[in-house]
Design a protein. Structure first.
Length: 247
């Protein structure tokens, strides 16, 4: 992958960036992160505030917010007008800020998904954006799909491996509440604001995973709003009028 990286303030090409193999972020996955689409007029405040909450909950110290703002701008400018920027801070204090070109063919592309069981974290709740996600990645890779959508004990969607989950049922948008179990998605927050502007009704309760749906979607920084075309091997309906308006 092409791009640029700052590791503790040191700039290099992404392929040449290094982190010590003894760092607890590498040995134990003990780190928090944020991903954003960065441009000259993008304000990273919301992402930095969420990073600060994740770090506080995880006992990880962050540098001053202005340091991160400056590094976001520095690596983004090396890539171009628009870049996918990721900030990672480990439990040992290693700070990595990377920027890569957006994957244009990923944006809005439909996805194939499987369902999986939602399990609350034993010590760190679901609102923390941390890097300990091996189990999810193994499940997705073994199934040969794009995402796993998590289902709680009530049979309702909570979130996906790297996305929010949205269902349209009878023209109404349904999505899980931010009750501490899941990440507060910045992309979903913007979509909910768009729903309010367009007069689209929203129900903050996870949709029943068995459906039926007018349409099922995922939403994330690098996908935008993307249709779920297949769930557990079953084809789902195409994009509905509400999805087209939001898209």
């Amino acid at each position: 992958m092409t791009g640029w990286a700052l590791v503790n303030g040191r700039l290099s090409a992404l392929a040449e960036a290094t982190v010590a193999v003894t760092d607890v972020g590498f040995t134990h996955g003990y780190s928090v992160f944020e991903t954003m689409l960065s441009s000259e007029d993008h304000d990273p405040t919301e992402n930095l505030e969420r990073l600060a909450r994740s770090a506080q909950a995880s006992g990880i110290d962050l540098p001053p917010a202005q340091v991160l703002r400056d590094e976001i701008a520095q690596v983004r400018q090396k890539v171009g007008e628009l870049a996918v920027v990721r900030i990672t801070v480990t439990g040992d204090g290693t700070r990595v800020v990377t920027a890569t070109p957006p994957e244009s063919d990923r944006w809005g592309r439909s996805v194939r998904c499987i369902t999986g069981r939602h399990v609350d974290g034993a010590f760190v709740d679901g609102s923390v954006k941390h890097r300990s996600r091996m189990g999810w990645m193994v499940a997705v890779r073994q199934a040969g799909v794009d995402e796993m959508l998590l289902v709680d004990e009530d049979g309702r969607f909570t979130e996906g491996t790297s996305c929010a989950v949205i269902a349209v049922i009878g023209g109404v948008v349904h999505t899980a509440p931010w009750d501490g179990r899941i990440l507060q998605s910045t992309t979903l927050r913007r979509l909910l604001a768009q729903c309010e502007r367009l007069g689209i009704e929203v129900v903050r309760r996870g949709p029943v995973a068995d459906g039926p749906f007018d349409a099922l979607y995922v939403a994330s920084t690098t996908r935008g709003l993307a249709l779920v075309s297949e769930l557990d091997g079953t084809a789902l309906p195409g994009m509905d009028p509400v999805g087209r308006r939001l898209s």
